[in-house]
Design a protein around this ligand. Structure first.
Ligand SMILES: [Zn+2]
Length: 410
Protein backbone atom coordinates (compact mmCIF):
# COMPACT_ATOMS: atom_id res chain seq x y z
CA UNK A 1 0.00 0.00 0.00
CA UNK A 2 1.29 3.43 -0.94
CA UNK A 3 -0.47 5.37 1.78
CA UNK A 4 -3.70 6.26 3.49
CA UNK A 5 -6.02 9.19 4.12
CA UNK A 6 -6.26 10.23 7.77
CA UNK A 7 -9.81 10.87 8.90
CA UNK A 8 -9.23 11.35 12.63
CA UNK A 9 -6.82 13.62 14.54
CA UNK A 10 -3.54 11.80 15.19
CA UNK A 11 -3.59 13.00 18.81
CA UNK A 12 -7.20 13.16 20.02
CA UNK A 13 -9.16 11.03 17.51
CA UNK A 14 -11.59 13.87 16.79
CA UNK A 15 -13.10 13.64 13.31
CA UNK A 16 -13.62 17.37 12.76
CA UNK A 17 -10.60 18.59 10.86
CA UNK A 18 -10.31 21.98 9.15
CA UNK A 19 -8.45 22.11 5.85
CA UNK A 20 -5.76 24.79 6.10
CA UNK A 21 -3.84 24.37 2.85
CA UNK A 22 -4.19 22.12 -0.16
CA UNK A 23 -0.94 21.99 -2.17
CA UNK A 24 -2.34 19.38 -4.56
CA UNK A 25 -0.33 16.28 -5.45
CA UNK A 26 3.47 16.44 -5.44
CA UNK A 27 6.25 13.83 -5.66
CA UNK A 28 8.37 12.85 -2.63
CA UNK A 29 11.27 15.27 -2.24
CA UNK A 30 13.74 12.53 -1.31
CA UNK A 31 12.88 10.39 -4.30
CA UNK A 32 15.78 11.48 -6.50
CA UNK A 33 16.17 9.45 -9.67
CA UNK A 34 19.09 8.17 -11.66
CA UNK A 35 17.64 9.05 -15.08
CA UNK A 36 15.81 12.09 -16.37
CA UNK A 37 13.30 9.84 -18.15
CA UNK A 38 12.38 8.13 -14.87
CA UNK A 39 12.05 11.43 -13.02
CA UNK A 40 9.10 12.46 -15.18
CA UNK A 41 7.19 9.37 -14.09
CA UNK A 42 7.75 9.81 -10.33
CA UNK A 43 4.64 9.10 -8.32
CA UNK A 44 2.78 12.03 -6.76
CA UNK A 45 0.97 12.05 -3.42
CA UNK A 46 -1.54 14.51 -1.93
CA UNK A 47 -0.14 17.23 0.33
CA UNK A 48 -2.89 18.76 2.44
CA UNK A 49 -2.52 20.34 5.87
CA UNK A 50 -5.37 19.95 8.35
CA UNK A 51 -6.04 21.44 11.77
CA UNK A 52 -7.96 19.58 14.46
CA UNK A 53 -10.97 21.55 15.65
CA UNK A 54 -10.82 19.95 19.06
CA UNK A 55 -7.15 19.96 20.18
CA UNK A 56 -5.69 22.36 17.53
CA UNK A 57 -3.04 19.84 16.38
CA UNK A 58 -1.81 20.51 12.81
CA UNK A 59 -1.22 17.46 10.60
CA UNK A 60 -1.17 16.12 7.05
CA UNK A 61 -4.32 14.42 5.84
CA UNK A 62 -2.37 11.71 3.99
CA UNK A 63 0.31 9.33 5.25
CA UNK A 64 2.67 7.86 2.69
CA UNK A 65 3.70 4.32 3.63
CA UNK A 66 6.78 4.84 5.88
CA UNK A 67 8.59 1.97 4.18
CA UNK A 68 8.55 4.03 0.97
CA UNK A 69 9.72 7.13 2.83
CA UNK A 70 12.52 5.84 5.04
CA UNK A 71 13.94 2.41 4.52
CA UNK A 72 16.18 3.19 1.54
CA UNK A 73 15.82 6.77 0.45
CA UNK A 74 16.64 8.51 3.71
CA UNK A 75 20.13 9.94 3.43
CA UNK A 76 20.23 12.67 6.08
CA UNK A 77 22.97 12.24 8.70
CA UNK A 78 22.89 14.33 11.90
CA UNK A 79 26.66 14.08 12.18
CA UNK A 80 27.24 16.05 8.97
CA UNK A 81 25.72 19.31 10.25
CA UNK A 82 28.19 21.00 12.57
CA UNK A 83 25.54 23.05 14.35
CA UNK A 84 23.53 19.90 15.11
CA UNK A 85 26.55 18.13 16.62
CA UNK A 86 27.24 21.12 18.88
CA UNK A 87 23.56 21.41 19.80
CA UNK A 88 23.27 17.75 20.81
CA UNK A 89 26.41 17.91 22.93
CA UNK A 90 25.13 20.95 24.78
CA UNK A 91 21.76 19.28 25.17
CA UNK A 92 23.30 16.15 26.72
CA UNK A 93 25.36 18.26 29.18
CA UNK A 94 22.25 20.16 30.26
CA UNK A 95 19.88 17.23 30.61
CA UNK A 96 22.36 14.99 32.47
CA UNK A 97 22.74 17.72 35.07
CA UNK A 98 19.08 18.66 35.21
CA UNK A 99 17.64 15.20 35.85
CA UNK A 100 20.76 13.82 37.48
CA UNK A 101 21.59 10.94 35.11
CA UNK A 102 24.36 8.66 36.29
CA UNK A 103 26.88 6.07 35.15
CA UNK A 104 25.24 2.81 34.01
CA UNK A 105 21.83 4.45 33.47
CA UNK A 106 20.07 3.12 30.38
CA UNK A 107 19.42 5.71 27.68
CA UNK A 108 17.18 5.21 24.67
CA UNK A 109 17.07 7.46 21.59
CA UNK A 110 14.02 7.26 19.30
CA UNK A 111 15.11 8.23 15.78
CA UNK A 112 18.76 7.91 16.78
CA UNK A 113 20.07 8.44 13.22
CA UNK A 114 23.88 8.05 13.16
CA UNK A 115 24.24 8.00 16.95
CA UNK A 116 25.45 11.61 17.26
CA UNK A 117 23.27 12.30 20.30
CA UNK A 118 23.89 9.00 22.11
CA UNK A 119 27.68 9.33 21.82
CA UNK A 120 27.48 12.10 24.43
CA UNK A 121 25.81 9.75 26.92
CA UNK A 122 28.06 6.81 26.11
CA UNK A 123 31.11 8.95 26.84
CA UNK A 124 29.81 9.25 30.40
CA UNK A 125 29.65 5.48 30.74
CA UNK A 126 25.89 5.18 30.37
CA UNK A 127 24.37 2.26 28.47
CA UNK A 128 22.90 3.55 25.22
CA UNK A 129 20.57 2.10 22.62
CA UNK A 130 19.40 3.77 19.42
CA UNK A 131 16.28 2.97 17.42
CA UNK A 132 15.88 4.09 13.82
CA UNK A 133 14.11 2.68 10.75
CA UNK A 134 16.57 4.24 8.27
CA UNK A 135 19.16 1.69 7.19
CA UNK A 136 22.10 3.89 6.16
CA UNK A 137 22.28 6.12 9.27
CA UNK A 138 21.89 3.03 11.49
CA UNK A 139 24.91 1.40 9.88
CA UNK A 140 26.95 4.54 10.51
CA UNK A 141 25.88 4.49 14.19
CA UNK A 142 26.92 0.86 14.60
CA UNK A 143 30.29 1.60 13.01
CA UNK A 144 30.84 4.20 15.76
CA UNK A 145 30.06 1.60 18.41
CA UNK A 146 26.53 2.81 19.17
CA UNK A 147 24.24 -0.17 19.71
CA UNK A 148 21.22 0.39 17.41
CA UNK A 149 18.04 -1.39 16.40
CA UNK A 150 17.20 -0.78 12.73
CA UNK A 151 13.43 -0.69 13.04
CA UNK A 152 10.37 1.41 13.87
CA UNK A 153 9.58 1.96 17.54
CA UNK A 154 6.65 -0.44 17.57
CA UNK A 155 5.46 -3.08 20.06
CA UNK A 156 7.93 -5.65 18.71
CA UNK A 157 10.87 -3.26 19.18
CA UNK A 158 9.66 -2.33 22.67
CA UNK A 159 9.64 -6.00 23.65
CA UNK A 160 13.16 -6.37 22.26
CA UNK A 161 14.37 -3.40 24.30
CA UNK A 162 12.76 -4.87 27.40
CA UNK A 163 14.45 -8.22 26.80
CA UNK A 164 17.83 -6.52 26.34
CA UNK A 165 17.76 -3.95 29.14
CA UNK A 166 14.47 -4.09 31.06
CA UNK A 167 12.88 -0.68 31.67
CA UNK A 168 15.03 2.36 30.89
CA UNK A 169 16.03 5.49 32.83
CA UNK A 170 15.80 8.14 30.13
CA UNK A 171 14.39 8.47 26.63
CA UNK A 172 15.42 11.20 24.23
CA UNK A 173 14.22 12.06 20.72
CA UNK A 174 15.20 14.78 18.29
CA UNK A 175 13.29 15.85 15.18
CA UNK A 176 11.64 12.47 14.89
CA UNK A 177 8.17 12.94 16.33
CA UNK A 178 7.03 15.04 13.37
CA UNK A 179 7.60 11.99 11.20
CA UNK A 180 5.29 9.61 13.00
CA UNK A 181 1.90 8.49 11.83
CA UNK A 182 0.84 6.64 14.96
CA UNK A 183 1.90 9.30 17.43
CA UNK A 184 -0.32 8.04 20.22
CA UNK A 185 1.12 4.54 20.20
CA UNK A 186 4.70 5.88 20.13
CA UNK A 187 4.02 7.99 23.23
CA UNK A 188 2.33 5.03 24.93
CA UNK A 189 5.30 2.77 24.08
CA UNK A 190 7.64 5.39 25.53
CA UNK A 191 5.57 5.58 28.71
CA UNK A 192 5.57 1.79 28.99
CA UNK A 193 9.32 1.22 28.59
CA UNK A 194 10.36 3.99 31.00
CA UNK A 195 11.07 3.20 34.65
CA UNK A 196 8.72 4.80 37.17
CA UNK A 197 10.10 8.34 37.78
CA UNK A 198 12.11 8.06 34.54
CA UNK A 199 12.23 11.06 32.18
CA UNK A 200 11.42 11.56 28.53
CA UNK A 201 12.67 14.64 26.66
CA UNK A 202 12.01 15.44 23.01
CA UNK A 203 12.58 18.18 20.46
CA UNK A 204 10.40 18.85 17.43
CA UNK A 205 10.12 21.71 14.92
CA UNK A 206 7.87 24.44 16.36
CA UNK A 207 5.00 25.18 13.98
CA UNK A 208 4.58 28.68 15.39
CA UNK A 209 7.90 29.59 13.72
CA UNK A 210 6.72 28.17 10.40
CA UNK A 211 3.53 30.23 10.51
CA UNK A 212 5.26 33.43 11.58
CA UNK A 213 7.97 33.20 8.92
CA UNK A 214 5.94 31.62 6.10
CA UNK A 215 8.32 28.67 5.92
CA UNK A 216 5.59 26.79 4.01
CA UNK A 217 8.15 24.64 2.18
CA UNK A 218 8.95 22.78 5.40
CA UNK A 219 5.57 21.11 4.87
CA UNK A 220 6.25 17.83 3.08
CA UNK A 221 5.22 14.18 3.16
CA UNK A 222 7.84 13.11 5.71
CA UNK A 223 6.47 15.65 8.18
CA UNK A 224 3.10 14.33 9.23
CA UNK A 225 2.75 16.42 12.38
CA UNK A 226 3.33 20.15 12.90
CA UNK A 227 3.68 20.58 16.60
CA UNK A 228 2.96 23.13 19.27
CA UNK A 229 2.85 22.61 23.00
CA UNK A 230 -0.84 22.66 24.00
CA UNK A 231 -2.12 19.55 22.17
CA UNK A 232 1.03 17.59 23.07
CA UNK A 233 0.72 18.39 26.77
CA UNK A 234 -2.98 17.45 26.78
CA UNK A 235 -2.14 14.08 25.33
CA UNK A 236 1.00 13.39 27.38
CA UNK A 237 -0.73 14.15 30.68
CA UNK A 238 -3.71 12.01 29.65
CA UNK A 239 -1.47 8.93 29.48
CA UNK A 240 0.25 9.57 32.80
CA UNK A 241 3.19 11.89 32.20
CA UNK A 242 3.90 14.98 34.28
CA UNK A 243 5.26 17.99 32.40
CA UNK A 244 8.48 19.26 33.96
CA UNK A 245 9.56 21.88 31.44
CA UNK A 246 8.71 23.39 28.05
CA UNK A 247 11.11 25.64 26.16
CA UNK A 248 12.02 26.82 22.68
CA UNK A 249 15.53 26.15 21.38
CA UNK A 250 17.18 27.79 18.39
CA UNK A 251 18.13 24.75 16.34
CA UNK A 252 16.36 24.04 13.00
CA UNK A 253 14.85 27.50 12.81
CA UNK A 254 13.17 27.09 16.21
CA UNK A 255 12.32 23.85 18.00
CA UNK A 256 10.06 22.99 20.87
CA UNK A 257 11.61 21.01 23.73
CA UNK A 258 9.37 19.20 26.20
CA UNK A 259 10.64 17.38 29.28
CA UNK A 260 8.26 14.98 31.00
CA UNK A 261 8.35 12.45 33.81
CA UNK A 262 6.59 9.14 34.23
CA UNK A 263 5.03 9.40 37.68
CA UNK A 264 1.34 9.13 36.86
CA UNK A 265 0.69 12.37 38.74
CA UNK A 266 -0.17 14.36 35.58
CA UNK A 267 1.33 17.52 37.10
CA UNK A 268 2.23 20.52 34.97
CA UNK A 269 5.01 22.73 36.38
CA UNK A 270 4.42 26.46 36.88
CA UNK A 271 6.86 27.34 34.12
CA UNK A 272 5.21 24.94 31.68
CA UNK A 273 1.75 26.29 32.54
CA UNK A 274 2.91 29.80 31.77
CA UNK A 275 4.32 28.66 28.42
CA UNK A 276 0.99 27.03 27.50
CA UNK A 277 -0.96 30.13 28.47
CA UNK A 278 1.31 32.40 26.43
CA UNK A 279 1.15 30.09 23.41
CA UNK A 280 -2.64 30.46 23.36
CA UNK A 281 -2.19 34.14 22.64
CA UNK A 282 0.04 33.62 19.59
CA UNK A 283 -0.55 33.13 15.89
CA UNK A 284 -0.95 29.38 16.41
CA UNK A 285 -4.40 29.93 17.94
CA UNK A 286 -5.34 32.83 15.65
CA UNK A 287 -7.98 31.14 13.47
CA UNK A 288 -8.36 34.15 11.16
CA UNK A 289 -4.65 34.23 10.40
CA UNK A 290 -4.53 30.46 9.90
CA UNK A 291 -7.45 30.44 7.47
CA UNK A 292 -5.80 33.23 5.45
CA UNK A 293 -2.41 31.53 5.37
CA UNK A 294 -2.87 29.77 2.03
CA UNK A 295 -3.83 33.05 0.37
CA UNK A 296 -0.88 34.82 2.00
CA UNK A 297 1.59 32.24 0.75
CA UNK A 298 0.23 32.33 -2.77
CA UNK A 299 0.55 36.12 -2.81
CA UNK A 300 4.11 35.97 -1.48
CA UNK A 301 5.14 33.42 -4.11
CA UNK A 302 3.56 35.38 -6.94
CA UNK A 303 5.52 38.41 -5.83
CA UNK A 304 8.73 36.34 -5.54
CA UNK A 305 8.20 34.99 -9.06
CA UNK A 306 7.84 38.52 -10.46
CA UNK A 307 10.97 39.69 -8.66
CA UNK A 308 13.04 36.77 -9.93
CA UNK A 309 11.92 37.18 -13.54
CA UNK A 310 12.60 40.91 -13.42
CA UNK A 311 16.05 40.28 -12.00
CA UNK A 312 17.18 37.54 -14.38
CA UNK A 313 15.46 38.85 -17.52
CA UNK A 314 16.45 36.52 -20.40
CA UNK A 315 19.01 34.56 -18.39
CA UNK A 316 18.61 31.10 -16.95
CA UNK A 317 18.68 30.50 -13.23
CA UNK A 318 20.62 27.81 -11.33
CA UNK A 319 19.72 26.35 -7.95
CA UNK A 320 21.77 25.64 -4.83
CA UNK A 321 20.76 22.78 -2.56
CA UNK A 322 18.23 20.03 -3.15
CA UNK A 323 16.59 19.62 0.27
CA UNK A 324 13.26 17.79 0.49
CA UNK A 325 11.47 21.14 0.51
CA UNK A 326 12.68 22.07 -3.00
CA UNK A 327 9.77 20.26 -4.71
CA UNK A 328 6.97 22.22 -3.06
CA UNK A 329 8.93 25.43 -3.46
CA UNK A 330 9.33 24.88 -7.22
CA UNK A 331 5.64 24.11 -7.53
CA UNK A 332 4.58 27.26 -5.69
CA UNK A 333 7.15 29.40 -7.53
CA UNK A 334 5.86 28.13 -10.86
CA UNK A 335 8.66 29.50 -13.06
CA UNK A 336 8.61 28.44 -16.73
CA UNK A 337 10.12 24.91 -16.83
CA UNK A 338 13.17 25.75 -18.94
CA UNK A 339 14.14 28.73 -16.75
CA UNK A 340 15.73 26.61 -14.02
CA UNK A 341 18.92 24.81 -15.09
CA UNK A 342 21.11 22.64 -12.88
CA UNK A 343 20.99 22.41 -9.10
CA UNK A 344 24.33 22.57 -7.26
CA UNK A 345 24.65 20.25 -4.28
CA UNK A 346 27.31 19.32 -1.69
CA UNK A 347 25.82 15.97 -0.59
CA UNK A 348 27.48 13.32 -2.73
CA UNK A 349 24.56 10.91 -2.31
CA UNK A 350 22.39 13.37 -4.26
CA UNK A 351 24.79 14.38 -7.03
CA UNK A 352 24.18 13.22 -10.62
CA UNK A 353 20.54 12.48 -9.85
CA UNK A 354 17.37 14.14 -11.10
CA UNK A 355 14.57 15.89 -9.23
CA UNK A 356 11.30 13.94 -9.42
CA UNK A 357 8.84 15.38 -11.99
CA UNK A 358 10.89 18.57 -12.52
CA UNK A 359 13.81 16.61 -13.95
CA UNK A 360 16.54 19.14 -13.10
CA UNK A 361 19.95 17.52 -12.81
CA UNK A 362 21.74 17.81 -9.47
CA UNK A 363 25.46 18.41 -9.92
CA UNK A 364 28.53 18.85 -7.73
CA UNK A 365 29.16 22.39 -6.49
CA UNK A 366 32.54 22.44 -8.23
CA UNK A 367 30.63 22.55 -11.57
CA UNK A 368 30.01 26.25 -10.89
CA UNK A 369 33.40 26.92 -12.50
CA UNK A 370 32.41 25.19 -15.71
CA UNK A 371 28.76 26.18 -15.96
CA UNK A 372 29.39 29.85 -15.08
CA UNK A 373 25.95 30.71 -13.69
CA UNK A 374 25.03 34.40 -13.49
CA UNK A 375 22.14 33.82 -11.07
CA UNK A 376 21.75 31.25 -8.32
CA UNK A 377 18.58 30.76 -6.28
CA UNK A 378 19.30 29.19 -2.89
CA UNK A 379 16.74 26.47 -2.17
CA UNK A 380 18.52 25.42 1.03
CA UNK A 381 17.87 28.95 2.33
CA UNK A 382 18.48 27.96 5.96
CA UNK A 383 22.18 27.54 5.06
CA UNK A 384 22.45 30.76 3.03
CA UNK A 385 25.51 32.11 4.86
CA UNK A 386 27.57 28.95 4.40
CA UNK A 387 26.49 28.74 0.75
CA UNK A 388 27.41 32.35 0.10
CA UNK A 389 30.93 31.72 1.40
CA UNK A 390 31.33 28.60 -0.75
CA UNK A 391 30.07 30.24 -3.95
CA UNK A 392 32.07 33.43 -3.47
CA UNK A 393 35.24 31.41 -3.10
CA UNK A 394 34.65 30.23 -6.66
CA UNK A 395 33.23 33.44 -8.12
CA UNK A 396 32.11 36.49 -6.17
CA UNK A 397 30.28 38.08 -9.09
CA UNK A 398 27.42 35.58 -9.09
CA UNK A 399 24.05 37.02 -8.02
CA UNK A 400 22.75 34.99 -5.11
CA UNK A 401 19.04 35.06 -4.34
CA UNK A 402 17.38 33.91 -1.11
CA UNK A 403 13.65 33.22 -1.40
CA UNK A 404 12.53 32.96 2.25
CA UNK A 405 11.51 34.37 4.71
CA UNK A 406 11.58 37.34 2.33
CA UNK A 407 13.01 37.39 -1.17
CA UNK A 408 16.34 39.16 -1.34
CA UNK A 409 19.55 39.31 -3.31
CA UNK A 410 22.54 38.80 -1.03
ZN1 LIG B 1 -7.03 16.65 17.90
Amino acid sequence: MDGKIIKKCRLCNNKKLDRIINFGKIPLGNNLLSQKKLSKKAKKYPLILNNCKSCNHFQLNYSVNPKILYAKNYTYLSGTGKSMVIHLKKYADEIIKKINLKKNNIILDIGSNDGTCLLNFQKRKMTVLGIDPATKPCKVAKSKGIDSINNFFDKKTVRKVERLHGKVDFITSHNTLAHVDNLKSIFKNIHYILKYNGHFCFEVGYFKKVLNNNYFDTIYHEHLDYHHANPLVNFLTSIGFSIVDISVVKIQGGSLRILCKKDDKKNISKKALLFLKKEKRTVIFDKKFIMRWEKNIKAIMLDTRKKIIKKISNHKIFGYGSPTKIILFLKMLNLPRNKVKYIFEDNKLKQNKYLPIYGNKIVCTSEIKKLKPKFILIFAWNFKDDIKKKVYKINNKINLMVPLPKFKVI
